[in-house]
Design a protein around this ligand. Structure first.
Ligand SMILES: Nc1ncnc2c1ncn2[C@@H]1O[C@H](COP(=O)(O)OP(=O)(O)O)[C@@H](O)[C@H]1O
Ligand SMILES: [Mg+2]
Length: 351
């Protein structure tokens, strides 16, 4: 099988810290691999090795068949990198940044300017092209970073947490751009702390924790392990909690759990139960203040995959990310009583 990139048994230590303890990652050409994991999982370290910026202590990695250590030049010619270590010059304008990169890639001035204009248009930055990058908003800056990584028309693009800290509207912009790259045949390695993002964009997901890949599979396979969606209902009157629970059980055939005071949650596959639940609640005159269909949060994925909480490396520590995902406030632990797989079992189930 041919891979756009492939890492096998990567090990990397920083002093006493083992950032990678034997990591395998691979993607076929034209696919998106999502690498999902909390802060400190080793995502950036793996990306930096695949981008030739860091040597592994053990293991090997290739891009389009070229070894990242022995043939770094060949690898660099084929990749684009953006994210936590992207290097846009703050004092240059958006256009100047892109032209400069084109010139560094040995494009003739005309060609560099044309490529810059094309990317600025594609990324909605034409109007801001003449402004210095330091005046850009967070979302514009992120788009410029992305554009910068694409000047060379890479075969493989590494996007290291491209949406961390972005508000939902700007996040959607980045998602659209990732999808467009994939549609054009570019292979994308996308790191993220958000299950929802990996789910939305990735063909396959590798879940990392503490320097190892603890699960690997399609989004569907991973969600099957975690237990899929849940339907949550909060009756306005606490007195009606038992009645609401009875409605949920009658419609879904499952006994609801109560993950937080006054809240009922029941696992569902898809949205089929939503309308009947609404109908029954109305028919029985049970008013609700909350009614939602939600995906498991990253904490639940971790709980299911490891049998433990994210322990000191949790998504709650998402640094400057003020927006986080929409799964906060549900109290953390599992609500639906599905069995938690151990890391080993999960790997066997999913991989
Ligand atoms: N240059 C470095 N020096 C020392 N420790 C590092 C360095 N880079 C990463 N680490 C450590 O390696 C681990 C993995 O980090 P990283 O790859 O940045 O994780 P992630 O990108 O998933 O948040 C963390 O414990 C981090 O503190
Ligand atoms: Mg990182």
């Amino acid at each position: 099988m041919t891979y756009a990139f492939r890492a096998e048994g990567l090990v990397k230590r920083f002093g006493g810290t083992t950032a990678l303890a034997g990591v395998d990652l691979a993607a076929r050409p034209g696919t998106v691999l999502g690498v999902l994991g909390p802060n400190g999982a080793g995502k950036t370290t793996a990306v930096r090795i695949l981008a030739t910026l860091l040597r592994p202590d053990a293991g090997r990695a290739t891009v389009a068949g070229w070894d990242v250590v022995r043939h770094a030049e060949e690898v660099r010619r084929r990749i684009g990198l953006t994210g936590q270590y992207a290097s846009v010059d703050e004092d240059l304008t958006g256009a100047e940044n892109l032209v400069l990169i084109g010139r560094l890639l040995d494009l003739p001035r005309r060609a560099a300017q044309a490529r810059a204009a094309e990317l600025l248009a594609q990324f909605g930055l034409t109007e801001a092209a003449g402004r210095r990058a330091k005046t850009y908003s967070g979302g514009m800056r992120r788009r410029l970073d992305l554009a910068a990584s694409l000047v060379a028309r890479p075969e493989v693009v590494y996007l290291d947490e491209p949406t961390t800290g972005l508000d939902p509207a700007k996040r959607d912009d980045v998602w659209a751009l990732v999808r467009r790259q994939a549609a054009e045949g570019v292979t994308v390695l996308l790191t993220t702390q958000y299950l929802e993002e990996a789910d939305a964009l990735a063909d396959e997901i590798a879940v990392m924790n503490r320097g190892t890949v603890i699960a690997h599979g399609t989004p569907h396979q991973l969600k099957a392990v975690v237990g899929g969606q849940s339907l949550q209902v909060r009756p306005r009157d606490q007195d009606r909690l038992p009645d609401a629970a009875a409605v949920l059980e009658r419609v879904t055939g499952q006994r609801p759990a109560s993950p937080a005071r006054g809240l009922l949650s029941v696992p569902v596959a898809g949205d089929a139960a939503l309308a009947p639940v609404v109908g029954r609640l109305a028919a029985e005159d049970i008013a609700v203040t909350e009614l939602s269909l939600r995906l498991p949060g990253l904490d639940e994925v971790f709980y299911a995959l490891t049998g433990e909480g994210p322990a000191g490396a949790g998504p709650a520590e998402a640094g400057d990310d003020g927006t986080a995902d929409d799964s906060t406030g549900h109290g953390g632990g599992r609500a639906d009583g599905a069995p938690a797989a151990t890391a080993r079992e999960t790997k066997e189930t999913v991989a």
